[in-house]
Design a protein around this ligand. Structure first.
Ligand code: FE2
Ligand code: FE2
Length: 185
């Protein structure tokens, strides 16, 4: 896992800085915990690596948009939403496995079909991407942002409950059981 961290630092561009790298590490650790909690067969090394670099495509997007404190307009939102495809392209260029590429590509797909880039339905979204979707949102909510302070664990779960149609319902219930049991380390 340490090697992976050095690797991600080595491929990170100036636009993908330390905060994004830390976000990736937190999400990656949580993803592996969830995969272990549900005792699934998924390749945990691949999942860790995919989660570590899932947002690396943000490096290709204008920094002013990423750091904007107000609401994004439609064009800006569309621009930001290209990041998962950019991340997947980078994974492809590096020669990562298809599993890693797809986990990264679909990490903003919602189980009700409202996500991006393809608006996939729940059964079309790979398990790794579903795990990443939940852990990514949770870590984002429990972290400080330029425009808001971090939410507590309970507050974050409450927020996620409000738009739980984004998540695989079984997996989200398992995630909550895991957090209730072991907290968020
Ligand atoms: Fe993302
Ligand atoms: Fe993320």
């Amino acid at each position: 896992m340490d090697d992976n961290f050095h690797f991600v630092k080595s491929i990170s561009k100036e636009n993908f800085g330390v905060p994004e790298q830390i976000h990736g590490i937190k999400v990656a650790n949580l993803c592996v915990r969830l995969a272990e909690f549900i005792e699934c067969e998924i390749n945990k090394e691949d999942l860790y690596l995919a989660a570590l670099i899932h947002d690396i495509g943000l490096g290709k997007i204008d920094r002013d948009i990423i750091n904007k404190s107000g609401e994004l307009d439609i064009d800006e939102r569309e621009m930001v939403n290209t990041h998962s495809a950019h991340s997947a392209e980078i994974c492809e260029e590096i020669g990562f496995s298809e599993e890693i590429i797809n986990t990264v590509l679909y990490h903003h797909e919602n189980s009700d079909g409202t996500g991006y880039p393809e608006g996939r339905n729940s059964i079309e979204i790979p398990l790794g991407a579903k795990i990443l979707r939940i852990c990514d949102v949770f870590v984002a909510l429990t972290s400080d942002r330029p425009y808001r302070g971090k939410f507590s664990i309970l507050e974050a779960i409450e927020v996620m409950d409000e738009f739980n149609e984004n998540f695989d319902s079984w997996l989200f219930e398992e995630f909550k059981k895991m957090i209730n049991k072991d907290g968020f380390i």
